[in-house]
Each structure stands twice: as structure tokens, then as C-alpha cells.
Design a protein around this ligand. Structure first.
Ligand SMILES: [Zn+2]
Length: 313
């Protein structure tokens, strides 16, 4: 081969390789959208579908606040790679380091990225209830998330939040005033809100789902979830950054989360009154909520879990 041919080939190879790596990083970056909510307050919106190798278990909504000294990140991503992806997105907005992480819940995507940030000196904060849920269900969830994220699980080491607050607490973090509000069990055994009273912005974690149907699992408590939502409504937030879906209003959150939970509770209540068994739960007509994503996949499971809980009330 002539030398010029060699260099042409090598050049073509480098071009293809760089296009390929650009494509891979674009594919990853494109699954996380950033939205400005109020001055210095952002949400990062991940995809609505199930965890996968490609979405790095970042299939949820996150948030961040830029303070004088650094970034306060609300929820740290579902894997080590997921944490890095959140950091990359944040650095498109600000070069400041991530100094604080607040976990709103014990579900994987809320906290599996903690370790990546604490290794760089960040502080991790949550409520005692959420911390207990992280400690209890961490390894069980890790198996599941590892299976779903394949190669991109590598290096992930779930680390529960290090600082836990037992009551509602106001924190001042380099110029930012925020409240950590434990609201009790809901989607998981203990959810925690992050409330910015001046801006009236609420990070609800998994207490609020919009655009997709919320998931009621064996770890959920649907009645307490209704009560937790009522605490959110009492705050009268102007913007809610939900656990899943785009930043939204209290009215839309009420429609997609609260109305669905109360609807299921009342329908299952009727079945129990008629002495029906659990198989009847699948026959509940939930079509008024069919506009929500993943409706077909999870509507019957949700009804069955509510039935199982209500049988024991
Ligand atoms: Zn979630």
C-alpha cells in the first residue's frame, strides 16, 4: 500500500470512529432534556419507559439548583453511568461542582448514583424514612437494575444517603433556602419532598407522576400515597417537578396522580363490598386514564395491589 493510501484509510477510520462515538454520546444525551423552571432552578427529564442499558436507569425526572458555590442535585440517577450522564447535562448549564445531593426516595434512580458524587466530595441528604428504605431494599433493587442495564451497570455501588433528617427541616445552602419534608410512605416506604418556599417550586419525587401511569407495587401504600399528595396540595406549589414526566401544575398532577389513586380506591372498595375476589380487579374499567403512557402494561397490576392492600383494612 502506498503511504498516501494508508493515510487516507487511517483518516477514514478516524472519521468513522468519531462519528460513531458522537452518535453514541448523542444517543445518551438525547434521552435527558433540561428545562429551566425558575432562575437557577432546572429539571432534567428522562424517558418514561422501563429501565434499559441505553437509558442507564435514568428513566425518571431529576432536578438541580445552582447556588453561589455549587450545584444541589435532586436525585442522583440509576447507575454510575447514569450519575455521570446527569453531571454532563448539568455542566452544559454551569461549570460549578455538584456539592449536595438530596434523595427524594428509595427507588433506584433516586439514589444509585450517590457514590459517584460523594467520591468527589458531595454531601448526600434525605429523610430517615427514605434512608431506611434505601438500606432495606438496596440490594434487592440492585439485582433488578443490574439485570436491566447490562453493561452500563458496571461500577455502580448503591450508597444510602449519609445525612438523614427525621422531621421537616429548613436548610440554607449557599444562598438557597429549601425545605426537606418527609411525607411518609407512598410509591415506596418513605418519600421526601424538596420545597423551595420563595419560588414555590416543589420537587415531589415519586409522589407525583404525570404523562405516564403511576406504578403501585408491593412496596407501595396507596392510601398513604393519597394522604402524601394532599400534603403537596396544601403547599400550593406553582411548579411541581414530578418523579416522572415534565414539570407541571398542581391541577395536572391532581388529574394524573391523585384522581387515579382515589378512583382505584373507590372502585376496589365497591368490589370488596360485593365480596368479589382479586380476579375482579382486572375487570375495572380504567379507560378514562388510557391517555397515560404504559397504561396497558400496568393498569391491572395497580388494581390488584390496591385490592391486596384493601383486603386487610
Ligand atoms: Zn420512580
Amino acid at each position: 500500500m502506498r503511504k498516501s493510501q494508508y493515510f487516507m484509510l487511517k483518516g477514514a477510520y478516524i472519521l468513522v470512529a468519531s462519528i460513531l462515538s458522537l452518535y453514541v454520546s448523542m444517543a445518551r444525551a438525547s434521552s435527558l432534556d433540561v428545562e429551566l423552571i425558575a432562575p437557577n432552578i432546572y429539571s432534567i427529564i428522562g424517558p418514561l419507559e422501563q429501565r434499559s442499558e441505553q437509558n442507564l436507569a435514568n428513566n425518571a425526572t431529576f432536578g438541580f439548583i445552582v447556588s453561589d458555590e455549587g450545584v444541589i442535585l435532586i436525585d442522583s440517577g440509576g447507575t454510575l453511568e447514569g450519575a455521570k450522564a446527569l453531571e454532563r447535562v448539568i455542566h452544559t448549564i454551569t461549570p460549578k461542582p455538584i456539592t449536595h445531593i438530596i434523595n427524594t426516595g428509595g427507588q433506584d434512580h433516586r439514589w444509585f448514583g450517590n457514590r459517584y458524587f460523594t467520591d468527589k466530595g458531595a454531601v448526600t441528604i434525605t429523610s430517615t424514612m427514605t434512608q431506611a428504605d434505601q438500606q432495606q431494599r438496596g440490594s434487592l433493587q440492585a439485582n433488578n437494575t443490574a439485570r436491566l442495564t447490562g453493561q452500563n451497570w458496571l461500577g455502580t455501588e448503591p450508597q444510602a444517603a449519609q445525612k438523614a433528617l427525621s422531621d421537616s427541616t429548613t436548610l440554607e445552602i449557599s444562598g438557597i433556602t429549601l425545605q426537606i419534608i418527609p411525607v411518609g410512605p407512598a410509591h415506596t416506604g418513605g418519600e421526601t419532598l424538596v420545597w423551595l418556599p420563595k419560588q414555590k417550586v416543589l420537587f415531589s419525587g415519586d409522589v407525583v407522576y404525570v404523562e405516564r401511569m403511576l406504578g403501585i407495587g408491593s412496596q407501595s401504600h396507596h392510601y398513604e400515597w393519597i394522604k402524601a399528595f394532599e400534603k403537596i396540595a396544601a403547599l400550593q406549589p406553582e411548579v411541581i417537578v414530578p418523579g416522572h414526566g415534565h414539570p407541571t401544575t398542581l391541577a395536572i398532577a391532581t388529574q394524573d396522580t391523585y384522581n387515579y389513586l382515589t378512583f382505584l380506591r373507590s372502585e376496589v372498595g365497591k368490589l370488596l363490598q360485593e365480596d368479589e375476589d382479586i380476579s375482579s380487579a382486572s375487570a375495572i374499567d380504567q379507560s378514562q386514564f388510557s391517555y397515560l403512557k404504559v397504561y396497558e402494561e400496568i393498569k391491572n397490576r395497580n388494581a390488584q395491589h390496591v385490592f391486596e392492600e384493601m383486603e386487610w383494612e
